[in-house]
Design a protein around this ligand. Structure first.
Ligand code: IPE
Ligand code: IPE
Ligand code: MG
Length: 246
């Protein structure tokens, strides 16, 4: 695998990969397990991928959609299991994250999370802030439409208070008021489990992203498959509105 890692790097990695990790529930159902057990298996796949992306691949930015603002619509039992798992992951994996030089950030509204989960996540953010290798962003209680509305409110507030002239509002001003500031837009967005939709993820930031929709259910997603997708990504011609090859 190390040969192909070197080849991938030489051909140019995307700076920022974002993943909608989907299919934990179906993975569990196929095995006669509970949805919560599917999420436990999903957390293992997260750990595997983070360590690979950070230590072996040397990816710059990785963003993972872990819990959407709409996921509160699931049963109390499933939401509780997800929040408990998140807390446990944050507490248990902190030493490994630090050791790998991973800097953890969160996008989304943390204020609605159970206090113990929120505190564990905030602790990881604070403790890893000097990480200088992989920038890992977890989208947690995140909704892109909510993020856009929030940015609008912030901008209106800045205009009313006289901090910002309304004629100065442009794409850069707008982007600076999103959760994801200072992070380049995702070059590649992957969604596992065969679903081909964004489900309210990075609507603004995905303007020129490439997409990949593997059939694999998230708990089965491996570094090998990630590499395969990156290799295919490298064959794409990103034009940004210009003409091919110019
Ligand atoms: C993704 O798996 C994890 C979260 C949304 C938290 P799902 O739980 O959505 O799995 P499926 O789509 O039901 O298989
Ligand atoms: C999107 O997956 C959210 C996360 C992966 C966290 P969902 O499983 O919630 O999306 P839908 O409901 O199938 O669109
Ligand atoms: Mg799903």
């Amino acid at each position: 695998m190390s040969d192909s890692i070197e080849q991938l790097k030489a051909a140019g990695l995307p700076r920022h990969v974002a993943i909608i990790l989907d299919g934990n529930g179906r993975w569990a159902l196929q095995r006669g397990l509970s949805r919560a057990e599917g999420h436990v298996a999903g957390a293992k796949a997260v750990e595997r991928l983070i360590q690979f992306a950070g230590r072996e691949l040397g990816l710059e930015y990785l963003t993972l959609f872990a819990f959407s603002a709409e996921n509160w619509n699931r049963s109390k039992q499933e939401v509780g299991a997800l929040m408990a798992l998140l807390r446990q992951f944050a507490l248990e994996k902190l030493p490994e994250l630090k050791e790998a030089g991973i800097r953890v950030r969160v996008v989304g509204d943390l204020s609605c999370l159970p206090k113990d989960t929120r505190e564990a996540v905030e602790h990881v953010i604070a403790e890893t802030q000097n990480g200088n290798r992989l920038n890992l962003t977890i989208a947690l209680n995140y909704g892109s439409q909510q993020e856009i509305v929030r940015a609008c409110r912030k901008i209106v507030h800045a205009v009313i208070s006289g901090e910002l002239d309304k004629g100065e509002i442009d794409r850069a001003t707008f982007a600076a008021n999103l959760y994801m500031t200072g992070i380049p837009d995702p070059d590649l967005i992957i969604r596992t489990s065969g679903e081909q939709r964004l489900s309210n993820f990075l609507l603004w930031q995905a303007a020129y992203s490439e997409f990949s929709f593997p059939e694999t259910l998230w708990p089965d997603f491996t570094p090998e498959e990630f590499m395969k997708i990156l290799k295919e990504y490298q064959t794409r011609d990103r034009r940004f509105g210009a003409v091919e090859g110019e």
